[in-house]
Each structure stands twice: as structure tokens, then as C-alpha cells.
Design a protein around this ligand. Structure first.
Ligand SMILES: *[C@@H]1O[C@H](CO)[C@@H](O)[C@H](O)[C@H]1NC(C)=O
Ligand SMILES: *[C@@H]1O[C@H](CO)[C@@H](O)[C@H](O)[C@H]1NC(C)=O
Ligand SMILES: *[C@@H]1O[C@H](CO)[C@@H](O)[C@H](O)[C@H]1NC(C)=O
Length: 571
């Protein structure tokens, strides 16, 4: 199999950003600035200098989280970690060549140029996965710095190494073992009292990107073995659901006042992902993608009955390039709760939609688009889609649509011989092309154009949401993770925002360029790269604030520069 890096994930996305290297940023990346007047040039330089000074100060604050910050040091504020894409590779060798994917040490010493060789904790910017030393040190660091400070951990998949080395073809057993190493590392870091919510990534299945629908033997084996490797991270009462579809729900944290709390939905994005040729789109009555949307709707209804709010986590972020069109629209319609399921309380708020896969630090709006928000053009007052009605009206069951989610018996009956050939799913392929042609080229430009498109829509839909992508532990850039701060109960200091609202986030990175030369004390292995509110001057992460953030980026060139650099963890 040829290199799986080339056709997937963010390698293509990264090429544009990494042309501005850490050192050359001021010299080459600000070139456009020199064309304008001298005054503007000086002003721009002053802004850049201030930004640098600010970032340098932040850097020194790293390690402990919110030292010196009273704003977030309150019992109203809770924290959680989003960590993703560990890509554990036990074959990684210190001193190996980057072109062997860090698997082979050169036999002769003709490699006088040391820079082409790997280091102990990993090799940034190469087609190499994470050495176990990086995973272990990350675990030790998280244990010392964060285990007492966070309420839960979102872990969005891809713990298996890439399958890019012809001399080491990857097997499912290996992926399972790498998932076990990752799960043990996180358990060691956070203990058993902090919920850690795992998720299935496109490199947690074998072959890469290929996951047949529920009931198929290979899917069943994958889900069973992953649940086992994760050692109890999927709650017992969710195992039947997870073994069926690779998704599950788990309560994370209760609000300390007034009842309710946050519940996680760990979704299996492989059933919406274009690259998974084993399943089709979300139109067909028995498509795995539609079954999962129905499950989410049912979970939303359940959350509404229980007065809880939601956090969604998945591996591949929803957008028109990643998802099949009918799945992308179905996802947006469902999480935006265009026609909310009935329930006694107000509809649950989906406070976070956390994804990985792309290795960068980014976000996007997700929400109503005029062309799909009201797809049922009938005059009847009930504007639900047929399957939404079915989910709402079947008491606690999904009816025929996803019959079997609850029934182990049903699953065991669906042996390989009674399930249609995997390739039959291809007939469910969406016939509609993407709504808009995929925008080639620059990743950040694409994000900005999307922000512009969404905030130009008037009136803004009240159910607009935001998806965030956290940077990865695998050092495609540098090893990194995000710490989110969220509101545990309403507080006048926070504009009386509803509990569960995200307030701020910090991005932490490990500087492998220096760590590979001299390992720092474990407490300082990761340092804070930046805090959102410091860089952008915005006080919280409510959707209104994201709209403000988008406006600020669209109107300020210096903001955009900073945003672009930070997307690629560049200062
Ligand atoms: C945070 O609050 C606690 C208790 O109020 C206090 O002891 C601590 O010094 C504060 N830390 C910071 C960084 O403000
Ligand atoms: C990583 O940690 C495990 C468990 O503590 C240990 O057995 C292993 O030797 C460590 N490996 C490295 C490379 O540090
Ligand atoms: C509904 O369909 C009718 C007839 O096909 C069309 O004239 C009308 O504009 C449609 N309404 C909406 C809201 O799409």
C-alpha cells in the first residue's frame, strides 16, 4: 500500500502554512506589509512586536495553567482537556532517518547531517509517528500538572500509528495494542476518577479509513477490541451501543447548582466520512450514517428529558470536504436542532463539538444553511423529517430504522453471510455533489471565507454552533493539546451565560527542537503557547463571541496574521 499520509489528513493543508517558518516569519511572511506606506508599516511592526511580547510573556506563564490569572480562578469555572491523535509507534527509533518514517537507523555514518535524523521524543514536520517516550512523558506531565485540575478529558481518536512503511505493514492487532498503550497512559495521567472519553479515529480501524457498517463482522471485531483496549472507558451500560455502531454516551460532570450537567456523545465519524468506501451517505433508510444521526437525535431527546447539556466529540470534523453531503447536512440539521425533539425542559445546549484529525489548531461555524434548514416543503405544521418523526414517536426505540442497536441477539444474527456485501453500501453513495465546490489551496483562507459567509447571513440563526479542532500529540507540528475553561454555574462575572458555556482555552506545546537536545524536567515538558482571551481580547467562547472573533479576523490584517501563525502553532 502506498503512503497513507499523502491522501489524508492535513499534509496538504499544512504546506501553505509551513512556508512561513518560525524564524523567517518576520522577514518573509510580512513581505506584503512593505508595500504600504511607511506609517502603516511602522504601525504593523508595532502590532507584531506587541504580539510577540505578549506571546513571549504567555510562554513564561506555562506549565501550571492559569498562574496569575484571577479571572478563571473561581469555583464557577471548571476545566477539561482535549487531547487527540496520539499515533503511538513502538517501532520508532531515536536516530533513525525521517524518510524511513523513523523506523531505521542508518547503518553507515554517511549521515553527517544530524538534522535528517530523529530525536528521542519525536521528529516534528516529518512522516513519523509518536515514540513511546513522548507518550510516556506526556502522561507523566499530565499527571503532575493537570490531574487535580480537570473535570474530564476528551480524547478524539487515532492512537494507532500510520500505515505508511512498506516494511512494517500495520495490522488490527497492532492498532489495538497501540490503543491500549494510549489508554493506559491517559489512565496513568488522570486516574480512574476523571472521565476520559475515547473515540474511534480513521487510523484505529484496519485498513486505514475502512470501516464497514454495524453488524458486519469486521466492524463488530473492531469495536469489541477497541472497547477492551480502552479498559473500561466505555461505560458498561453503553457497551451494546458501542459494539453495534462505535458510538456511545457518557455523563461527564454535573453542574454544582440547579441540577443538570454535561453529557458527552462520542460519535463515530467514520460513518459520515467520504474516505470510508465501506459505507455510503445518509439518505438510505438502512445507512449506518443515518442510524447514527437518529441515535444523536434520540440522545438529544434524552438529554432534554434529563435537563442535561451536551458535548459532542468525534475524530474527523464535519465539513463538506470531509463528510458525504447528506451526512454533513444531516449532522448540521441534527446538532442545530432545527426541529428539536419534544421534552419537558428547554432543548439541551450543545456546548462543544470537539474534533481532531487535522493536527492544526482551528475552528469553524456549523449550523443552518438556508438550503437545508427546512427541507420538508409541506404545508403541514410538522416540519420533521420522516426519520426524526420516527425517533421522536417510538418510545425509547428507533423503530425499524435502527432496530438492533439495543439487541445483542439481533447483532449476532447479522453474521457476515446475512449482511449485504460491503460494496453494496456504495450504492448508497450520495448522488449530489458538494453544495459548494471544494476550495482548493489555503486552509486558513478557506476558514476565513467560511466565517465571512456565515456571518454575512442575516438574520443569524439562533442555533448556530461551533466546531473546534485541537492540535495533535503526534508532532506533525509540535506535540500539543488544549485546556478548555467552562462555566460550571451562572455567574454575574460571566454575563450570566448558561452553565456549560466554554469561556477560554489554552494551547500547550512541547518544544521538541530543544527537548531532543536536552530533556527538561517533566513539569516543563509542555509550555503554554497562548491563551485565547489574551491573544484575541475576547472574554468567553459563547457563539456570540465566536461571531465577534470572526468579525475581528475579517477586519484586522494583524489579527489574521496571528491567527494564521497560531493555527500552525507558530509564534
Ligand atoms: C486562586 O484562588 C485560590 C483560592 O481563592 C487562591 O488561594 C490562589 O492563590 C488563587 N490563585 C491565583 C493564581 O490567583
Ligand atoms: C513507557 O512506560 C511504560 C509503562 O510505565 C514502561 O513499561 C516503558 O518502558 C516506558 N517506555 C519508554 C520508552 O519510556
Ligand atoms: C414549496 O414548493 C412549492 C411548489 O413546488 C414552491 O412554489 C414553494 O416556493 C416551495 N416553498 C418553499 C418554502 O420552499
Amino acid at each position: 500500500m502506498s503512503s497513507t499520509y499523502n491522501n489524508s489528513e492535513s499534509t496538504a493543508l499544512l504546506s501553505s502554512g509551513s512556508s512561513c517558518s518560525r524564524r523567517s516569519r518576520l522577514a518573509s511572511c510580512s513581505r506584503g506589509v512593505w508595500a504600504v506606506t511607511a506609517i502603516a508599516t511602522l504601525a504593523t511592526l508595532a502590532v507584531i512586536a506587541m504580539a510577540w511580547a505578549m506571546l513571549a510573556t504567555n510562554d513564561l506563564n506555562g506549565g501550571g495553567g492559569d498562574k496569575g490569572d484571577r479571572r478563571l480562578n473561581s469555583t464557577s469555572v471548571g476545566r477539561f482537556i482535549h487531547i487527540t491523535d496520539l499515533h503511538v509507534d513502538p517501532n520508532y527509533k531515536d536516530g533513525a532517518t525521517a524518510y524511513s518514517q523513523c523506523h531505521r537507523v542508518p547503518k553507515t555514518s554517511d549521515h553527517s547531517d544530524d538534522s535528517s535524523l530523529t530525536g528521542r521524543f519525536g521528529r516534528p514536520n516529518a512522516k513519523c509517528d509518536s515514540p513511546v517516550a513522548l507518550i510516556n512523558t506526556t502522561s507523566a506531565y499530565l499527571r503532575r500538572q493537570w490531574s487535580q485540575k480537570v473535570d474530564f478529558v476528551a480524547w478524539t481518536g487515532d492512537s494507532g500509528r500510520h500505515d505508511g512503511d512498506a516494511e512494517f505493514p500495520r495490522t488490527l492487532d497492532e492498532i489495538i495494542e497501540q490503543n491500549a498503550i494510549a489508554a493506559q497512559s491517559l489512565r496513568h495521567a488522570f486516574g480512574s476518577h476523571i472521565p476520559i472519553v475515547p473515540n474511534v479515529g480513521n487510523n484505529d480501524v484496519s485498513p486505514h479509513n475502512e470501516l464497514p457498517g454495524p453488524g458486519h463482522k469486521r466492524a463488530r471485531r473492531t469495536f469489541r477490541q477497541l472497547a477492551h483496549a480502552w479498559g473500561g472507558l466505555v461505560p458498561d451500560d453503553q457497551l451494546a451501543t458501542f459494539h453495534y455502531g462505535g458510538y456511545f454516551a457518557r455523563d461527564l460532570a454535573d453542574y454544582p447548582q440547579g441540577g443538570g450537567g454535561l453529557t458527552a456523545l462520542s460519535v463515530n465519524t467514520m460513518y459520515w466520512y467520504r474516505a470510508n468506501a465501506k459505507v455510503g451517505g445518509c439518505k438510505a433508510k438502512d445507512s449506518p450514517g443515518l442510524a447514527q444521526l437518529a441515535w444523536i437525535r434520540w440522545q438529544i431527546r434524552r438529554a432534554r428529558e434529563r435537563g442535561r447539556d451536551l458535548v459532542i466529540l468525534g475524530h474527523v470534523a464535519p465539513n463538506q470536504d470531509n463528510y458525504r453531503p447528506s451526512c454533513y447536512h444531516g449532522y448540521m440539521r441534527t446538532v442545530a436542532q432545527i426541529v428539536p425533539p419534544p421534552g419537558p425542559h428547554s432543548p439541551p445546549i450543545i456546548h462543544a463539538q470537539l474534533f481532531g484529525h487535522s493536527n492544526v489548531d482551528a475552528w469553524a461555524f456549523v449550523g443552518p444553511d438556508a438550503d437545508w434548514a427546512s427541507p420538508t416543503n409541506n404545508t403541514a405544521s410538522d416540519s420533521r423529517l420522516w426519520w426524526e418523526r420516527q425517533v421522536d414517536e417510538e418510545e425509547g426505540r428507533f423503530g425499524e430504522l435502527i432496530h438492533g442497536v439495543w439487541s445483542e441477539e439481533e447483532q449476532s444474527m447479522r453474521s457476515e453471510t446475512t449482511v449485504p456485501d460491503e460494496r453494496d453500501w456504495a450504492t448508497m453513495e450520495d448522488d449530489s455533489p458538494p453544495v459548494r465546490p471544494a476550495v482548493p489551496g489555503d486552509f486558513v483562507e478557506t476558514l476565513l471565507r467560511e466565517y465571512e459567509r456565515v456571518i454575512m447571513q442575516t438574520p443569524r440563526h439562533p442555533r448556530l454552533g461551533v466546531t473546534t479542532i485541537s492540535p495533535s500529540v503526534i508532532p506533525k507540528l509540535l506535540p500539543a493539546f488544549r485546556v478548555f475553561h467552562y462555566l460550571r454555574h451562572t455567574d454575574s462575572a460571566w454575563r450570566h451565560l448558561p452553565p456549560g458555556t466554554l469561556l477560554d482555552y489554552d494551547v500547550y506545546t512541547a518544544n521538541l527542537y530543544s527537548h531532543n537536545k536536552k530533556a527538561p524536567p517533566v513539569d516543563g515538558f509542555y509550555q503554554r503557547l497562548y491563551r485565547f482571551s489574551d491573544v484575541y481580547g475576547i472574554n468567553d467562547l459563547s457563539v456570540d463571541s465566536y461571531v465577534r472573533w470572526a468579525r475581528r479576523l475579517l477586519t484586522s490584517k494583524s489579527m489574521r496574521k496571528r491567527f494564521r501563525a497560531l493555527t500552525f502553532l507558530d509564534m
